[in-house]
Structure formats: structure tokens, C-alpha cells
Write a protein that binds this ligand. Structure first.
Ligand code: SF4
Length: 516
């Protein structure tokens, strides 16, 4: 069993380097040879602790990371497998995890994943049966089962986070979800891609503030004009390249050789900055042809790492006036996070919507409410007959369709999303917070709509004046309840609140919670 990556990243004395590889759309030939060649050279170089292999990036069909990863793994190079929630349901995910365990590949980067892209015959169906927090829990439970079966070595799972959010609502939601991922078992963190030292520093400082001691690898990427253009246009969800940075990349690359030298230097400098800021390693991307470029980045990084403070001012690539949790330019260590200081105006209709649903919830869907016992008895009576069930179903979905665009999932989760529906409002059906793909508060998939989690935060702050990211996590939706009444399911303990739900108990783990 290779445990190079795990040992390295958990060793506080080490600065760990990983390299992201992107398999192509063929099972043989040049694309496979290239990935295998880069991995072989990285292994020979000796500075890379593991290569990570992407899982159908952009939602487009590619060679499975499990297969090419395993081939690399057998050469002695440790591998991190990207594992997304997009393409298979929980049954397929569990089966895939078992397969990976049997192959010995237990470093997993658990991700929600980009939205579905195009494959055979057109756009693929987006599955998103679990979200990335729930996937962490699934892998944790499997690890326990493996241990019971005599395998002492469970999965070593990690997660992604994007500090590159420039609205308060998105920042709060990202970091709140990070708390849940860590509570669910994430043992390492890899950041999304961005070029703003203040935001990189913010993540480390906030983790210190919350008492989180999980190693973080910062992403560095060898930018070319083509890659910078794609990222600037928002076509790599979560990656942030500003127009100013794009213009600089294009200018430097007017001469291709000089541009390449410049990008290598910038990547090495950013790596140095990350080390200086307290990152435990770097995750290198943008290496698609050969290992030589990555080797040059590492050589240069080793030469200049102590000069990281000189490079800080060059990495301030965020939108002007964007929200920051801390004032990066202030050196005092005891700053409190700046959440909730300037609540934004929320339209009256939205505020009334929140107030109404919150009030209804407090009276009828709170186990501590004075009406809880009566509601429960009423539910039992209605549930006893087909007519009763139909009447409740009609009343529930008639009203919730108008108020929430309800999809009749039967396992309601509006209480976690500021009384908005995560099934109707989020194309990835996330119940534990947003994916990393939102931009300026807008949804990755439908950029003309606000992200449901962005809306949720703004409503809560505007109406309650404070926000508390619910401790623990939200269990997955119970599909067996589809098209049944969530009202009855709640009162009769059939939904995810039910005490018999093994996951609900596991979701009680709380390592930190963001509060305002
Ligand atoms: S979470 Fe489910 S029951 Fe609740 S509003 Fe959305 S679809 Fe309807």
C-alpha cells in the first residue's frame, strides 16, 4: 500500500507537492502515453508526493481516473483520485469506492463536480444524488466497514474549497461548507484556482480562527493565454482569472518563449507565497505535455521560496472592492471575521417570503413547538388512509409549488437553505451549501440566476441580522420518499430527521460552525 501522499501531507515539517493530470478521451494512444509519461517523470524526479487524476472534467467523458490512476499506481507513484457526484448515484458511488479500495487507491478528493457536459447523443443527465459532504460521509462509513472486515487502512479523503469569492454571502457559504466537509472526515484540502494572495491568506487565517488544523494545498497553475482566456470567461467552474491578469498573460506571451518563462516564474512565485502564508503544500496544474515545465517550476521555487514577501504585491488579482473576511493588509492577528457588518438590501417580497415560511416552520415543523404533538397526531390520522394522504399531498404541493417551485422530493430541506428549495433552486441539488462554481453570486449552471445559497444568506442576514451555519451536516435526500408528503414524513419520523437514520447521527459531528 502506497501511503506517500498521506504521510507527506500529514507531516507538518514537509511541504507537499502534488501534480494534477487530466486524462483524455481515448483509451490508448498519445493522450494515455502523455499522462503516463508525465507521471513516470514525476516519479523519477522524486519531489511530487502524488499525482491527482481528474474525473470527467467539465462533465465531458474522459478515460476513468480509476483505470489510468491504477496503472500509474502500480509503477510506484502515489495517486489521488478525483471522485465527483455528477455521473452516478449513491449505489454507483459506493460500488466505485469499493473498487478503488480493492485496487489499493485510497486517496480520494471528494468533489461535487462540474455540471454535466456533452457525451454520446448530447448532454448527459446530471445525477448529483449526493453532494460532496455526503460523499465524505459515505467514504468514512465504508472505511469503518473495511476496518471491521480486517483492512486496517481506510480511505484518506480530501475536499476542495474556493477562497476566491468576492461577495460576503458566497464567502460565508463556502467556509461554512468547509466546516461540514471537515466534520464529515476530510483529511486534506485543496484550494480552487486563483491569483489573489489576500484570499489565499484569508483561508489560512480563518482556519486558524476556527481552530481547524487540516493541511491545505494551494493550487498553482501554469497559465497560458488559452487557459487564461477560458478561465476568465468562467468556463472552468470556480477558477478565477481577472481581466487584468488575462491582459498581462497575453502581453507577456506575445513572445511565446518569453511568455513561457514568465509563467514558470509566476507559478514558482505563487508557490513561494503560499508556503510563506502557511500552506502545507501546492497542487500544480496546467501541465499537459511533459514534466519538464513542472520540474522547472519546482527548481525555481526552491531557489526563491524565502523571498515570498517580495512577491506578495504582485498577487492581488481580485475585483476592486470585493469582500474580504479579514483585512489582509493589517498585520494584527486578532481580527474578527467581517461577516454581517453591512447587510445588503433584500427586496420586500423576498423578505415576506422568508418571514412567512420561517413562521410556519417554527409552529408546525419544529419538534419543540407547542403544536408539535398535535401536528404529529394529525399526521398519523391523515396518514392512516389513502384519502388523508392524498389531501395532505394536495395541500402541501399546491402551496409549495407556488411558494418554492417544489419538486415533491418528500424529504424537505428548505430549513437549511433560508427557506428556499435546494431541489428546485440548485441544479446540483446540494443540501450542504454551494459548490465552488458560483460567480458574483450567480449560479455556475444558470449564470442569469442567483445561486440559491447566495440568496439564502442574504435573506437570513437581512431578516435575522445574524447567520449561523448549521452545525454538522445535512444527510442525503431519501429517494424512497419521492412524491410523498414531506409534511407527513417529517411528523412520522420517516424523513432524514428520523432518529433511525444512521446518517443523521453521523451528521451531528461538528468541528466548527461559522456564526455572525
Ligand atoms: S426540499 Fe423537497 S419537499 Fe422541500 S420544497 Fe424542495 S422539493 Fe419540495
Amino acid at each position: 500500500m502506497l501511503r506517500i501522499f498521506k504521510d507527506d501531507v500529514l507531516d507538518p515539517e514537509k511541504f507537499t507537492m502534488t501534480l494534477e493530470l487530466v486524462p483524455g478521451g481515448d483509451s490508448t494512444g498519445r493522450s494515455v502515453d502523455t499522462v503516463m509519461g508525465i507521471a513516470a517523470d514525476a516519479f523519477a524526479d522524486g519531489r511530487i508526493s502524488a499525482v491527482s487524476i481528474t474525473d470527467n472534467p467539465g462533465g465531458n467523458p474522459s478515460l476513468s481516473p480509476d483505470v489510468i490512476g491504477h496503472r500509474i499506481f502500480t509503477t510506484g507513484m502515489d495517486v489521488i483520485v478525483h471522485f465527483t457526484c455528477r455521473d452516478t448515484n449513491r449505489v454507483g458511488m459506493e460500488s466505485r469506492a469499493l473498487q478503488l479500495a480493492m485496487m489499493g487507491m485510497k486517496n480520494i478528493l471528494a468533489l461535487t463536480g462540474d455540471f454535466a457536459g456533452k457525451g454520446f447523443g448530447g448532454q448527459g443527465a446530471p445525477v448529483f444524488d449526493l453532494d460532496s459532504v455526503q460523499l465524505q460521509i459515505l467514504l468514512g462509513l465504508l472505511s469503518e466497514r473495511m476496518e471491521e472486515a480486517g483492512d486496517p487502512d481506510g480511505f484518506f479523503t480530501g475536499c476542495a474549497v474556493s477562497p476566491f469569492k468576492w461577495t460576503e454571502a458566497e464567502s460565508f457559504a463556502q467556509y461554512g461548507k468547509l466546516c461540514r466537509k471537515i466534520g464529515a472526515g476530510a483529511g486534506f484540502i485543496i484550494t480552487q484556482l486563483g491569483y489573489d494572495a489576500a484570499k489565499f491568506g484569508e483561508l489560512i487565517r480563518l482556519m486558524g480562527f476556527l481552530g481547524l488544523d487540516v493541511p491545505v494545498l494551494g493550487s498553482v497553475y501554469m497559465l497560458t493565454p488559452a487557459a487564461a482566456r477560458i478561465m476568465n470567461a468562467g468556463r472552468v467552474p470556480g477558477a478565477m482569472v481577472t481581466s487584468g491578469l488575462l491582459a498581462e498573460v497575453e502581453k507577456r506571451w506575445a513572445d511565446k518563449k518569453a511568455g513561457r518563462r514568465w509563467s514558470i516564474e509566476q507559478t514558482a512565485r505563487l508557490a513561494a507565497v503560499l508556503k510563506g502564508l502557511g500552506y502545507r503544500g501546492i497542487h500544480i496544474g496546467g501541465i499537459h505535455k511533459d514534466f519538464e515545465t513542472a520540474g522547472r517550476i519546482l527548481d525555481r521555487f526552491e531557489q526563491i521560496q524565502d523571498q515570498w514577501k517580495d512577491y506578495l504585491p504582485r498577487f492581488r488579482h481580485g475585483p476592486p472592492g470585493g469582500f474580504q473576511v479579514f483585512d489582509f493588509d493589517r498585520t494584527d492577528e486578532d481580527q474578527a471575521p467581517r461577516f454581517g457588518r453591512n447587510p445588503e438590501k433584500v427586496p420586500l417580497l423576498e423578505r415576506l417570503h422568508y418571514l412567512f415560511l420561517k413562521t410556519v416552520h417554527r409552529f408546525f415543523f419544529d419538534r419543540n413547538s407547542a403544536l408539535a404533538a398535535v401536528s404529529r397526531q394529525f399526521a398519523a390520522v391523515m396518514d392512516a388512509s389513502r384519502t388523508g394522504r392524498r389531501l395532505v399531498h394536495l395541500a402541501e404541493y399546491g402551496s409549495k409549488h407556488i411558494l418554492l417551485g417544489c419538486r415533491q422530493c418528500g424529504d424537505c430541506a428548505i430549513e437549511y437553505a433560508g427557506f428556499l428549495c435546494p431541489e428546485a433552486g440548485c441544479p446540483k441539488h446540494t443540501r450542504n451549501g454551494p459548490c465552488g462554481g458560483s460567480r458574483a453570486g450567480c449560479c455556475e449552471v444558470f449564470p442569469d440566476r442567483y445561486c440559491v445559497w447566495y440568496r439564502a444568506y442574504r435573506r437570513i442576514i437581512a431578516m435575522d441580522g445574524k447567520a449561523v451555519h448549521r452545525a454538522g451536516c445535512v444527510p442525503p435526500r431519501l429517494w424512497e420518499l419521492d412524491r410523498s408528503s414531506s409534511w407527513l414524513n417529517f411528523h412520522l419520523d420517516r424523513d432524514h430527521h428520523g432518529s433511525s437514520n444512521q446518517l443523521a447521527r453521523r451528521c451531528d459531528v461538528n468541528v466548527c460552525s461559522l456564526k455572525i
